[in-house]
Ligand binder design. Structure first.
Ligand code: SF4
Length: 146
């Protein structure tokens, strides 16, 4: 999970978030299009970001700049998250879910029709949030693998 003391309250506009991350608004939008981040969306469609979102983006930026893994690579890594195991989906749900067989996009980028995730909010789902920063990704993988 994210650091306990980091707020998930969406308060920053896209321009403030981009400025705090020292990146352009265009880059932040591109990360969203690529499925690396799910900002909170108001009814007006305005996007808002929380401190947890910023933490997530810092991990992504670090992975790109220090570990030399590109956006496509990060997306593929996220697509390998075994969400069905984390949420204990039934066999029937797995058969009816692209996330179980697809490996090019994270589960939260896929259309979920008539399965366990149809009406779930991905932004608050433990699958999305458990893989929110570099430490949580490592901890979650240890939990799953050991
Ligand atoms: S609710 Fe969304 S993030 Fe959670 S497992 Fe389903 S598709 Fe993935």
């Amino acid at each position: 999970m994210y650091s306990q003391d980091v707020s998930d309250n969406p308060v920053y506009t896209i321009s403030t978030a981009a400025s705090l991350l020292n990146i352009s608004v265009h880059t932040l939008r591109m990360y969203e299009r690529e499925g690396l981040i799910l900002p909170f969306k108001k009814e007006s469609h305005q996007r808002l970001y929380s401190d947890k979102d910023l933490e997530r983006m810092r991990c992504i930026r670090k992975t790109i700049s220090e570990d030399k893994i590109g956006i496509e690579g990060i997306r593929r890594i996220l697509s390998l998250i075994p969400c069905w195991g984390i949420l204990s989906c039934s066999k029937k749900d797995r058969q009816n879910c692209h996330a179980y067989s697809e490996y090019s996009k994270p589960c939260w980028m896929l259309n979920h029709k008539d399965n366990y995730c149809t009406s779930r909010d991905c932004r608050t789902c433990q699958v999305y949030s458990s893989f929110g920063n570099c430490k949580s990704i490592k901890d979650k993988l240890k939990e799953i693998i050991l």
